[in-house]
Structure formats: structure tokens, C-alpha cells
Write a protein that binds this ligand. Structure first.
Ligand code: F6R
Length: 242
């Protein structure tokens, strides 16, 4: 793994965005795997700025998102489709037809089939952007005795529900399940860029960057086996995890 340590969370977002911009400049028809969540949120404005400044053209990319809550209406402001549309697809001039965000409303087996088609029917993901959960999840692959390779429905960890309750009126409103790429799907991306910040990510980042263990109990540790994974963290987190 390559580790980029920046001065601040803002600089981490800029660095992660630069990885994506470089990818699309090199290969304009890149297929990008995208993440939502609080950490990834500030990466997208850098992509939009680069687009507006004419530094990068996203018109030929295709995108696949990592996950969505089960039961979530794609039109809801809390859906990951809405998140992506307002933070990236709309402002960067990306045709919605070239994007896929799983629907939490469709019949599970139909959506899993569609997700697999979107992931594998033409080409593999060139670059996958990731955040990481306090539970150690990537996508919504939660810790357990074993992990799932392919697209599946995952029961969310209590710590994930607690962490994500900040995006809802109350913890009871947080969906309890999600449809997610599996660990195997994530690991098939040519390149992975993970961004992390915050005190609550210290134990997970210590497991990823300092300890020499790979464990299903901290799914992000699987990234140690990836041939081209870049971890972007700020100096504060790097010091605490070091
Ligand atoms: C989001 C996703 C999740 C988040 C993770 C971190 O699409 O797949 O793995 O990246 O839950 O979320 P934040 O950044 O809000 O702590």
C-alpha cells in the first residue's frame, strides 16, 4: 500500500481528487467506483472545480457506486443517488445514463443482478474511491467471522447505525441493511484510493497501517492484499494511528 500523509483533511480531499483527475486525464473512458459518506463528500467539490476549470472532462467516464441503504427511495434527499447527483454528477456535467447507484427499493435479487451487470458487463473498475467505517467496513462489508466476495445485502453493524444516525432525524430512522459491493468486487478494481479522517477512525487505521494482520474482524485490512491501493490520511490521524 502507498500512504499519502497530508497536512489536513482538506488537503487529503484534494489529494484523493487528484488521483481521480489523473486517472481520467490518462484514460478519459475510465470506469470509476464511487463512495458516499461524510469523508468522501469534500472530495467531489475538487473534481467539480477541475471540471469547471477545463482541467478534466468527465463526459466519457462511467461510474458505479459502492452501496445503498435497503428501502431507501432513490428520490429521497438521503439516498446515495441524490448525494451523487447533487455533489458530482450534476455539477460535473455527467450524464446520469453513464452512472449506476444501486437502488434500495428494487427486489433484492433483481438489483443484485443489475449491480453485477453494471460492475462486470463491459470493463472492470479502473479506480475505486473508498471511505472506511468506524467498524472497519469498506463499502458496507461489516466485520464478522467471514466476508462476502460478491454483491449482497448486508446487515449494518450497530456502530455503523450509530455513526450514520447523524444523517437522519433519529437513530431509529437509519436503515438496518444495505446492498453493497462485496470485498471481492472491491479488490478487483485496478486501483483503490481510500480516504480517512477523524479520531473515531484511529483504531481502524492503526489496524490497516501499523499492525501486520489481515482479519475479517476489520474488513479494511483486506486492502493490504491489493496491488495498487493508496491510503490518504491527514497528519493528525497518521500520528494517532502510528
Ligand atoms: C459509503 C460507504 C461507506 C463509507 C463509510 C465512511 O458509500 O461505502 O463505507 O465510506 O461508512 O463514512 P464516513 O465518511 O461518513 O465516516
Amino acid at each position: 500500500m502507498k500512504v499519502i500523509v497530508t497536512k489536513s483533511y482538506e488537503e487529503s480531499c484534494r489529494a484523493a481528487a487528484n488521483e481521480i483527475i489523473t486517472q481520467v486525464q490518462k484514460k478519459p473512458e475510465s470506469k470509476l467506483g464511487l463512495a458516499t459518506g461524510g469523508t468522501a463528500e469534500q472530495v467531489y467539490p475538487f473534481l467539480v472545480d477541475a471540471y469547471k476549470e477545463g482541467k478534466v472532462d468527465f463526459s466519457r467516464i462511467t461510474t458505479v457506486n459502492l452501496d445503498e441503504y435497503i428501502g431507501m427511495d432513490p428520490d429521497s434527499p438521503q439516498s446515495y443517488r441524490s448525494y451523487m447527483a447533487c455533489r458530482f454528477f450534476g455539477p460535473a456535467g455527467i450524464d446520469a445514463a453513464n452512472t449506476y447507484v444501486p437502488s434500495g427499493r428494487n427486489k433484492a435479487e433483481d438489483e443484485i443482478q443489475l449491480f453485477n451487470e453494471k460492475l462486470y458487463e463491459d470493463k472492470m473498475v479502473d479506480l475505486q474511491l473508498l471511505g472506511v467505517g468506524v467498524s472497519g467496513h469498506i463499502g458496507f462489508n461489516e466485520p464478522g467471522e467471514k466476508l462476502t466476495a460478491g454483491v449482497h445485502i448486508e446487515k449494518l453493524d450497530e456502530s455503523t447505525i450509530a455513526a450514520n444516525s447523524r444523517f437522519f432525524d433519529s437513530p431509529d430512522d437509519v436503515p438496518k441493511e444495505a446492498i453493497t459491493m462485496g470485498i471481492g468486487d472491491i479488490m478487483k478494481a485496478e486501483k483503490i484510493v481510500l480516504i480517512a479522517t477523524g479520531e473515531n477512525k484511529v483504531p481502524v487505521m492503526k489496524a490497516l497501517l501499523t499492525d501486520d494482520e489481515i482479519t475479517c474482524k476489520i474488513p479494511a485490512t483486506m486492502l493490504k492484499m491489493h496491488r495498487d491501493a493508496t491510503i490518504v490520511i491527514d497528519a493528525e490521524l497518521a500520528k494517532a494511528a502510528g
